[in-house]
Design a protein around this ligand. Structure first.
Ligand code: RIB
Length: 372
């Protein structure tokens, strides 16, 4: 066994060159100085390189020495300086994940799946939210590149070929999430949203509903696909109609506002059923429906279905029917593709598409009571 000095693995001593014996009054209890690798080496009577070997290549250190060093590490509470190591290595031990809205549990569920796989590779996941703004998206992609993240997951605001070309030109590996693509330069992970939209509306048609409203904005490509599926289902049912109530976002307040638009109509002109483009919109609709109008008689009922099947869907006052997306699996799959590309930049790009699943609960089988 040999002990070798491998130089200073943490870079210059951050405390070096500090003004000693400052004339200013002591600012209160001095913050506890973080033990450095040099403190560990001094405490164990070995070189800095030997401490580095104990941490990174223990097979190169005599067991008795390694034991002595580990004892000093524990005594001093030393924690390795990953930031310095990453700076030296040229890439950080992080993945960036740009989502459309970090307030939407769909994305945090996808991020949970992503983290399950990334941490097996010793990588963390750093979230950024574009709020459906291409400029914010570009700013986060630039920031992640400057931070030398190992790779990036991106739910893109735009879906055109120009977006894919821009992503392909990035120096950092990128995998598109919640995007249906086939570009040989960029991997993507998607769900068949046309099938999902058709599934949601066919369920309402099968319950006998004919006047159907869809709530959401097709300005986001996955919702445009859901709308296409909804239209195909309605086209197959004589006498059925579908109207779109556009929204400016996918939040609970946007759902409430859309539902209030419908409630301003006489009951006979309201839809019999509502397909909300995601569960947050559906929760907002349900909240607006539940508000008791002044002097309202008996409530009537509207069937309501959402999309994503986030945890909230099953615990709303009237449990929500929804179209389940395999959120954690989307995240796991996206990171697996990204890790393959990081390991081998020439790895063939892949474009898996998951099939969503209908989840039926009371909000369609019994409908949601609508007061007013
Ligand atoms: O971002 C809006 C919606 O698109 C999310 O709720 C999820 O359904 C995603 O696919």
């Amino acid at each position: 066994m040999t002990e070798q000095a491998d130089g200073d693995p943490e870079g210059p001593d951050p405390t070096a060159g500090r003004q000693r014996g400052s004339t200013r009054p002591a600012p209160g209890p001095a913050p506890r100085r973080v033990a450095s690798i040099r403190d560990v080496a001094a405490g164990a009577g070995v070189s800095v390189g030997t401490v580095s070997n104990v941490l990174n290549a223990p097979e190169r250190v005599a067991p008795a020495t390694a034991e002595r060093v580990q004892a000093v590490i524990e005594e001093l509470g030393y924690v390795r300086n990953e930031a310095a190591r990453q700076l030296r290595a040229g890439t950080s031990l992080s993945l960036g994940f740009v989502v459309l809205d970090v307030g939407n549990p769909f994305f945090t569920d996808v991020a949970r799946g992503a983290q399950e796989v990334s941490q097996t590779a010793g990588l963390s996941v750093v979230l950024g939210t574009s709020d459906q703004d291409p400029a914010k998206e570009a700013a986060y992609l630039d920031l992640f590149e400057q931070q030398r993240v190992a790779g990036v997951l991106l739910t893109p605001v735009q879906t055109d070929a120009a977006m894919v070309a821009r992503v392909a030109r990035r120096t950092v590996p990128v995998v598109l999430v919640d995007h249906r693509g086939d570009d040989p330069r960029v991997s993507s992970v998607a769900v068949d949203d046309v099938a999902g939209g058709a599934m949601a509306v066919q369920h309402l048609l099968d319950l006998g509903h004919r006047r159907i409203a869809m709530v959401g904005t097709p300005s986001v490509h996955v919702v445009a696909a859901r709308l296409e599926g909804a239209r195909r289902a309605v086209a197959g049912q004589p006498g059925a109609t579908l109207e779109l109530v556009d929204t400016d976002s996918f939040t609970v307040p946007a759902g409430r506002s859309a539902a209030r638009t419908l409630l301003r109509r006489p009951r006979a002109e309201r839809p019999e059923a509502v397909f909300a483009a995601n569960d947050m919109l559906a929760v907002g609709c349900q909240q607006a429906f539940a508000v008791q109008g002044s002097g309202a008689g008996e409530p009537h009922r509207i069937a309501l279905i959402g999309y994503d099947d986030v945890e909230l869907a099953s615990v709303t006052s009237v449990p929500l029917s929804s179209v389940r997306q395999p959120r954690e699996e989307i995240g796991r799959t996206a990171v697996r593709l990204l890790l393959e590309q990081i390991a081998d930049p020439a790895a063939p790009r892949q474009h898996p598409v998951f099939t969503p699943e209908l989840v039926v609960r009371e909000s369609t089988t019994s409908g949601v009571p609508v007061w007013g």
